[in-house]
Design a protein around this ligand. Structure first.
Ligand code: ACO
Length: 324
């Protein structure tokens, strides 16, 4: 028998305020047409004043618990992927723990920017397989609207706020790729690419949160190549390849990156979950949001083989293969 970390529930939360592309035309030299054709984004959500990352995370967590039919008492620990925490510390995870009324277990945050949920799933899988926990709540939650430079048209039109949550529980499997749960993962980073995507502030440098800076075009080219390679590596580790996959659930940064990666993997777009038009780039929240919407739309079904992949600041990138 082989222990597996199996998805027991999924859920998401989006802030109420919907911001269509046209809204940026009022203040920037940009257009709905440019944003749509270059990125695939049509609208995004922005958190309300006073609404923080942990608020979004708690709502997503409650949705995932309801989907799984579980209560916070059933959860052993919380892992939150975020680059936009409420405070420098404590972690968003401990804030969620308190809001859920949990006086037991543990919580911590992981930070790998847009690849954060891939790193969080991989970490949670390891904790479950090594017996540290039987059931974990993993959340990707972001308020990137708080680190936008609203005068920079090349970045501020691309990002949105939101949260998605997943519950992973220990279950016995056979060790075969027909098992449900996380089957494989592949993590990478390369700090030499720092200038391509970073935030120009921080605790030990400027003392403030800073604003996001990005070299979009070179990053675009890195993204297609690295996302394809990490997805294929994670599949190869378990003797599978592109055609075995039912759904690619990619990081939602740009429809052209999503299309380029699917094409390189030899998969048609009707096997890809796409939410970028409605959410924009929600960084670490992007994959759990897409998973939750894919399930809600009746696309992702129990037994389907999924490959999730993401790349972000660092650069950090990776992939997780799982059977739903
Ligand atoms: N409206 C109108 N024109 C614009 C806008 C805008 N909002 N933004 C840029 N432009 C202009 C540029 O100034 C440039 O003009 P120029 O040719 O006169 O210099 C022109 O449009 C083309 O710019 P490019 O940057 O070459 O456009 P590109 O086709 O590369 O698209 C984009 C830009 C959408 C940013 C794309 O490069 C991209 O998606 N990159 C990757 C983003 C990504 O994957 N990020 C990783 C994850 S994010 C994270 O980790 C936080």
């Amino acid at each position: 028998m082989t222990l597996r970390a199996v998805v027991e529930g999924i859920g998401h939360y989006l802030p109420e305020r919907i911001v269509p592309n046209a809204e940026f035309e009022k203040t920037l030299d940009t257009s709905d047409e440019w944003i749509r054709t270059r990125s695939g984004i049509e609208r995004r959500r922005f958190a309300a004043e006073g609404q923080s990352t942990s608020d979004l995370a708690v709502n997503a967590a409650r949705a995932a618990l309801a989907h799984a039919g579980l209560s916070p008492q059933d959860i052993d620990g919380i892992v939150v992927a975020t680059s936009t925490p409420d405070l420098t510390f404590p972690s968003v995870a401990t804030m969620v723990q308190k809001e859920l009324g949990m006086a037991h277990g543990f919580g911590f945050d992981v930070q790998a920017v847009c690849a954060g949920f891939i790193y969080a799933m991989t970490t949670a899988n390891a904790l479950i397989l090594t017996g540290q926990a039987r059931r974990l709540l993993i959340i990707g939650a972001e308020t990137f609207s708080r680190i936008m430079d609203w005068t920079d048209r090349s970045t501020c039109v691309l990002f949105g706020d939101g949260a998605g949550a997943m519950i992973l529980g220990a279950q016995d499997g056979t060790g075969e790729t027909s098992d449900r749960g996380i089957l494989s993962s592949d993590l990478n980073s390369d700090g030499r690419y720092r200038e391509m995507l970073y935030v120009d502030g921080g605790v030990s440098t400027t003392g403030n949160a800073g604003k996001l800076r990005m070299q979009g075009n070179p990053l675009f080219r890195q993204a297609v190549e690295k996302l394809t390679s990490t997805a294929e590596t994670a599949l190869e580790k378990i003797g599978l390849s592109g055609p075995d996959v039912d759904w690619i659930v990619p990081h939602q940064a740009n429809i052209r990156i999503i299309q380029g990666t699917a094409k390189k993997m030899g998969l048609p777009m009707d096997r890809v979950i796409v939410t970028v038009q409605d959410h924009g780039n929600t960084s670490a929240a992007s994959i759990p949001l897409a998973l939750s919407v894919g399930v809600e739309q009746g696309k992702i079904k129990p037994g389907d083989l999924l490959v999730t992949e993401a790349i972000g600041g660092g650069l950090a990138w990776g992939s997780v293969v799982l059977r739903w």
